[in-house]
Design a protein around this ligand. Structure first.
Ligand code: DGY
Length: 325
């Protein structure tokens, strides 16, 4: 039986070759941009499998257009772009790409902590603008990380990896999560309620998935609980933080700074955010290393190949899909 899959954006060649070896037709979005909704709805028609990104919303309308699709492989660990319940109701498995991007994303959380606290981006701009006229004792002073308290919001894989790196900087770690996690406690992290963590931490790093319960988890009230000397880091999903409230908090000294890889309405920014020197903002590159993007692509390909064969993918996020058939 002929198999036909669609990939919504160019991903590493190695992963495309894996799909080509296993499927009869592999079409890839030819543009160097995300598909428009109209293009996406058209492209999914008649496909056995879809490999999509967080830039595509997969909902009932898409599943209607892709009638007969046997599986949806997301090229990301987060899958808030997919209506998983709608897929399950139709007996369609959905997969993500866990584990392979854990360390890369944790590294970026740390890069953001250093960048914002040590004013790396400001310093770079200062030098390039020709303002550096020689060493000065009060020039571009930042804050130390060593010995400060790190608060991890979310005790999953990436939160754990971010916490583990704190040992090297002698930083006590607090964490908050829906459930207690033995593995993060085993490396010395202490459990706190969200409010207590916000009040006690010098760096707060967000590592929860985006769900209705975590949307605007950090809003004006939570920002006000943080120390005025503290930094907020978000490498998870933009809507977890109320970006308007964050801009106001950064502008008014409610907190010292923020390092953001994700935004509430990507790729748009809250007005005023880009004007703030105490915000370091990067374009959702948490998993963006060559090696990790290849691993993500290969994982997504392995998952999709299993699904088009009617099998459960190794990284299935809705194991109850079979009941929907
Ligand atoms: C993810 O995997 O969820 C990231 O946001 C993209 O790598």
């Amino acid at each position: 039986m002929s198999t036909n899959v669609y990939v919504t954006r160019r991903i590493p060649d190695e992963s495309i070759r894996m799909l080509e070896d296993a499927c009869d037709v592999v079409d890839v979005n030819p543009h160097d941009r995300a598909l428009t909704r109209t293009e996406f709805l058209e492209a999914v028609q008649g496909r056995d499998g879809l490999l999509c990104l967080l830039t595509e919303t997969v909902d009932d309308e898409v599943l209607d257009a892709a009638a007969g699709v046997k599986g949806v492989a997301n090229y990301a660990v987060g899958f808030n772009n997919i209506d998983v319940d709608a897929c399950t109701r139709r007996g369609i498995p959905v997969s993500n790409t866990p584990d392979v991007l854990t360390d890369t994303t944790a590294d970026l959380a740390w890069a953001l902590m250093f960048s914002v606290a040590r004013r790396i981006v400001e310093g770079d701009r200062y030098v390039r603008d020709g303002k550096f006229k020689g060493w000065g004792p009060l020039m571009l002073l930042g804050d130390d990380l060593t010995g400060k308290t790190l608060g991890i919001v979310g005790g999953g894989r990436i939160g754990m990896a971010t916490a583990a790196r704190a040992v090297g900087f002698s930083m006590p770690v607090l964490y908050t999560s829906r459930n207690r996690h033995e593995d993060i406690e085993a490396i010395g992290a202490q459990y706190r309620s969200l409010d207590d963590l916000l009040q006690a931490s010098d760096f707060v790093s967000i590592h929860v998935p985006l769900m209705s319960e975590t949307t605007h988890l950090i809003g004006p009230r939570e920002l006000n609980l943080m120390k005025s000397t503290a930094y907020l880091i978000n490498t998870a999903r933009g809507p977890i933080v109320d970006e308007k409230a964050l801009v106001s908090a950064l502008r008014n000294g409610i907190i010292a700074g923020a390092g953001l890889d994700v935004f509430e309405r990507e790729p748009e920014l809250e007005p005023g955010l880009a004007d703030l020197d105490n915000a370091v903002i990067v374009p959702h590159v948490g998993s963006g290393t060559v090696a990790t993007r290849i691993k993500m692509g290969n994982k997504a390909a392995i998952n999709l190949i299993a699904m088009v064969k009617g099998e459960e993918p190794p990284d299935c996020v809705n194991p109850e899909w079979k009941q929907g058939r």
